[in-house]
Design a protein around this ligand. Structure first.
Ligand SMILES: C[S@@+](CC[C@H](N)C(=O)[O-])C[C@H]1O[C@@H](n2cnc3c(N)ncnc32)[C@H](O)[C@@H]1O
Length: 283
């Protein structure tokens, strides 16, 4: 069965050894854990990629991954889980404008650079939320040079982020006034975020478990790393925590997702209870 683009939609039965091999490659490249318990998820995606590459055996496809960087990237893009939406965990945005930024700029001068990193940013809702939230809720937003960067391992998600079209579902938590002020009118059930906001966020690929890749992005004052560590095991979490640590300026802040905690992963951060959120700080 094909979907009209040449991709097979029938599952390809993989042997246990092939499942383990795909899981091992994905773990080494991304930190995400896939194994026998995700067999169905793995088989669907391998079948789709085999259809697109025109290969008929899983063994051949897995061998291709060893040498073909573009196919490796396509495979990673196919396995990522990109769930996100605007103003997700809004209390952390409140912590950013009420406590984190005021604390950071206490020792800076007007015009100084403040760098905020949304990693992973998926299709862009998180870094754009930061831009909208600060415009709406932080009186000093124009007094400092705020740089917002969005990064993800998924290059297809980043392309969507740059385009800036969003389904209504993704905007559901935004106040109507914010939708009216910062989004174009709805067209085919999607709305595009306005050019000014699109240009206020820079998107750049990054792999959180690759220290060289991370170091290339420079140092940040705040890193939002939300809803990614849940897909990792302890070893990958530690690698991610160390890379985040090394990308933070001293005194910089980390915000994790609501079900994630640095406590069990690393002791290189200080837990800080703010009125709106629990965050972590580089000593
Ligand atoms: C569930 S989304 C979270 C998006 C956003 N932070 C939020 O909370 O709404 C998880 C994202 O992590 C990305 N991801 C997975 N492994 C990664 C890695 N090793 N480095 C960077 N991003 C990764 C995926 O591509 C996906 O877009």
């Amino acid at each position: 069965m094909t979907d009209g683009r040449g991709a097979s939609r029938a599952d390809v039965p993989l042997t246990s050894v092939e499942i383990a091999r795909v899981g091992d490659l994905l773990y080494r490249w991304t930190g995400m854990i896939f194994g026998e318990n995700k067999r169905y998820y793995i088989e669907r995606r391998i079948a789709d990629r085999m259809g697109r590459t025109g290969l008929s055996s899983a063994a051949e496809y897995i061998a291709l991954l060893g040498s073909h960087l573009e196919e490796r990237e396509a495979l990673i893009n196919a396995f990522t889980i990109n769930e996100t939406y605007f103003y997700r965990e809004e209390h952390q945005l409140a912590a950013l404008s009420n406590d984190i930024l005021p604390e950071l700029v206490r020792v800076r001068r007007p015009g100084d650079l403040v760098r905020i990193w949304s990693l992973p940013c998926s299709t862009g809702e998180e870094p754009y939320s930061i831009a909208l939230w600060l415009l709406e809720n932080w009186g000093l937003v124009d007094a400092y040079n705020i740089e917002i960067v969005g990064s993800d391992i998924d290059t297809q998600a980043l392309a969507k982020a740059r385009e800036g079209y969003f389904a209504e579902r993704s905007l559901a938590r935004l106040p109507t006034t914010v939708k009216q002020a910062y989004f174009e009118a709805e067209h085919r059930h999607r709305r595009r975020i306005i050019q000014d906001i699109r240009e206020s966020v820079r998107f750049s690929p990054a792999n959180i478990v690759d220290s060289a890749d991370m170091a290339r992005q420079g140092k940040f004052d705040v890193i939002l790393c939300r809803n990614l560590l849940i897909y990792f095991d302890d070893a990958a979490r530690l690698m991610a925590a160390n890379n985040i640590h090394d990308c933070l300026n001293p005194g910089g802040f980390v915000c994790l997702g609501h079900s994630e905690s640095m406590g069990r992963i690393s002791n290189r951060f200080t837990l800080t209870r703010l009125p709106d959120a629990i965050v972590y700080r580089r000593d």
